[in-house]
Design a protein around this ligand. Structure first.
Ligand code: ARG
Length: 400
């Protein structure tokens, strides 16, 4: 019996050629697995048909949009997950969940080998393979695009010779990955770091328009998670999807940045993540209102470390797991609401309040409500500044 290989299948050129190549050259039965993480675009039934036309023995399409929102995007929101302070980890979040489903299908269909279409230069190979190793150590992994001589030109020729139905995927000069947390665009004309982003790269966002009427949205959070938009209850997935539309209309969440990849390469990346950026902006603001000073300061460092671990493919690592516990613990009191104005490419916080607030008007006010006892400041500063005062005295002594 031929070996069974479970392949993460996107429907694009590389994975379509991989189906045919694994079937033909490795005499394998390919099970093509397409995971719906809210990438939109092509109908997944068309994608499934393409896999069959390329020679897949079996196809599986799984809709994991709610799981993705709840188990991946929400933990990222609690950690304000932004790599290099900017990138909301779009691709880094989806790969571990796709890996979970590859393993499930492999166990169900009796396959011993898993395959993905990543190249050897990117981060996604790490996210797939480390996740797969953590979840299914017994499985073999192969990456035809990386581990075999299938270059892009070879792939195009191979597909043409066999009449594989993948014309559409050859049109874009960019490398694109998308899911409900955002869209990534790289390569092609963007490799010139001096060239401004081409106007045709955007899809989740409209061009920011200062003349447009601003949209105001109130996001309610309970323990750090969005539960209502403008007082209408939403699930995590609905919050993301609705904010993608509303913030996307105002061009919110576009990014153009240089990025440090795991393999050491610097790369130029463009992103659009209207919902994610709006949610993170609001969530960070609510943390500033509700988290005690030392916890808030400490958490910013944890947030950064969390994003680095996830970016570097370590979703299932012990440190990331422990940081998740810390992040969720800190978020227990992050309850309240944030009002944002979506306009001209920005999501600007204009109001915040709520149950978890540490804001005390009788302490903060300069008005009639003021109950702050200013007489305590003098003694406090004498002690707070003591180490600096001692050091300054010493320095003066050494100079003289
Ligand atoms: N640079 C981003 C990251 O590492 C985007 C990767 C996009 N992946 C892709 N196969 N086009 O997460």
């Amino acid at each position: 019996m031929a070996d069974r290989i479970v392949l993460a299948y996107s429907g694009g050129l590389d994975t379509s050629v991989a189906v045919a190549w694994l079937t033909e050259k490795m005499s394998a039965e390919v099970v093509a697995v397409t995971v719906d993480v809210g990438q939109g675009g092509e109908d997944l039934d068309v994608v499934r048909q393409r896999a069959l036309a390329c020679g897949a023995a079996e196809t599986v399409v799984v809709d994991v949009r709610d799981q993705y929102a709840e188990r991946y995007c929400m933990p990222a929101l609690l950690a304000n997950g932004l790599y290099m302070d900017r990138y909301p980890l779009i691709s880094a979040l989806s790969r571990p969940l796709i890996a979970e489903h590859l393993i499930q299908v492999a166990r169900r269909t009796g396959a011993g080998t898993l395959a993905h279409g990543c190249t050897g230069k990117g981060n996604d190979q790490a996210r797939f393979e480390i996740s797969l190793a953590a979840l299914g150590d017994e499985m073999e992994i192969i990456a035809p695009t990386r581990d075999t001589p299938i270059s892009r030109d070879f792939a195009i020729g191979f597909a043409a010779e066999r009449g594989l139905p993948i014309e559409a995927s050859r049109r874009s000069p960019y490398s694109i990955d998308q899911n409900m947390w955002g869209r990534t665009i790289e390569a092609g004309p963007l490799e010139d770091t001096w060239a401004a982003p081409m106007p045709d790269i955007w899809n989740y966002t409209r061009d920011p328009d200062p003349a447009a009427e601003p949209d105001e949205v109130t996001i309610t959070f309970e323990a750090g998670l969005p539960t209502a938009l403008d007082d209408r209850p939403v699930t995590p997935r609905e919050a993301i999807e609705q904010l993608n539309v509303r913030a996307g209309r105002h061009g919110v969440g576009r990014l153009d940045m240089m990025e440090d990849r795991l393999v050491g390469i610097k790369t130029r990346e463009c992103y659009e993540a209207p919902g994610a950026i709006t949610l993170i902006t609001a969530h960070r603001e609510l943390e500033s209102l509700t988290l005690e000073k030392e916890l808030l300061r400490y958490k910013r460092g944890v947030d950064q470390r969390w994003a680095e671990l996830v970016y570097d493919g370590l979703w299932f690592s012990p440190l990331k797991g422990c940081l998740d516990d810390f992040v969720a613990g800190a978020n227990r009191v992050v309850t309240g609401r944030v009002r944002l104005r979506l306009h001209a490419g920005q999501a600007v916080v204009v109001g915040r309040d709520g149950e978890g607030s540490l804001y005390d008007l009788s302490l903060a006010s300069y008005g009639a409500e003021d109950r702050f006892d200013q007489s305590q400041a003098r003694g406090f500063l004498a002690l707070w500044g003591l180490p600096t005062r001692l050091a300054a005295r010493r320095d003066a002594r050494l100079k003289s």
